[in-house]
Design a protein around this ligand. Structure first.
Ligand SMILES: O=C(O)[C@H](O)[C@@H](O)[C@H](O)[C@H](O)COP(=O)(O)O
Length: 247
């Protein structure tokens, strides 16, 4: 299933209502589940208000945090206390304010070399999955939350990157495409979710969003598929009145 065949699209009036909608969707998904609930988090700025809403006491109390496991779809190869760290953003916006067991938080390691970090994180994912190869009928994540950059990148898969064609390694180091190295999950692993969820907002992303949803192969977000369902949560600014919601 490609992004072109997105199963569900919701369009919310603005960034704030989008964040609230996705937070409520996640609360419901966790409540409807049993056993461990694994979420791969995206970085950047879009998910911050979502994380803040999940940490709001009344909403946080509706989540069984003992079952929630947090992973990252990508990370900047910087210390975990660096202002660019996706882990630090999630910690400050959510993790530090909710009763999630520390052992349920699985940040990407950012010590040693980028290549070693990628190998180590792949091991972390395989150990959680309890398998060495992705089985498309048995998703690794309950939810994989993705953003999209203005150039159509997602996670740290950038246009034209060799990492886009990686089908065996679960995690790769991306060097030289951004000021600091990146660690990113590869497409088969990003797809290994019961729900692959794009959260995209802002008029500046209208054009790459349209190309991604049309399955344009030059747009990394358009190459994403899902082993489960694929959902686009958008605000009206990025939808631009050109996208009909499906729900
Ligand atoms: O590490 C990262 O930066 C993200 O994982 C990246 O893929 C992000 O989702 C997009 O760049 C959108 O970023 P914004 O939400 O800040 O626009």
């Amino acid at each position: 299933m490609s992004a072109a065949s997105a199963a569900v699209t919701s369009v919310l009036p603005d960034r704030e209502t989008l964040a609230t909608h996705v937070a409520e969707w996640l609360v419901d998904e966790i409540a409807r589940s049993t056993g461990p609930f694994s979420i791969a988090l995206s970085g950047g700025s879009t998910p911050r208000p979502l994380f803040e809403r999940l940490a709001e006491p009344a909403r946080a109390a509706r989540i069984d945090w003992s079952r929630v496991h947090l992973f990252w779809g990508d990370e900047r190869f910087v210390p975990h206390d660096h202002p660019d760290s996706n882990y630090l953003m999630a910690r400050r916006a959510m993790i530090d304010h909710v009763p999630i067991p520390p052992g349920n938080v699985h940040p990407v390691p950012t010590h040693g070399s980028p290549e070693e970090a990628a190998r180590d994180y792949a091991r972390t994912l395989r150990d959680f999955y309890q398998g060495e190869r992705i089985n498309p009928t048995a998703p690794l994540f309950n939810v994989n939350l993705l953003g999209m950059g203005g150039d159509g990148h997602t996670a740290s898969l950038f246009p034209g990157s060799l990492a886009l064609s990686e089908r065996d390694d679960w995690v790769v180091a991306v060097i030289g495409e951004k000021p600091e190295p990146r660690i990113t999950l590869t497409l088969p692993v990003l797809a290994s979710a019961a729900s692959v969820v794009f959260m995209v907002e802002g008029a500046s992303k209208q054009e790459p969003l349209a190309r991604a949803r049309a399955g344009d192969p030059s747009v990394p977000a358009g190459l994403v598929w899902s082993d489960g369902q694929l959902i686009w949560f958008l605000d009206e600014a990025v939808a631009g009145g050109k996208i009909d919601p499906t729900d």
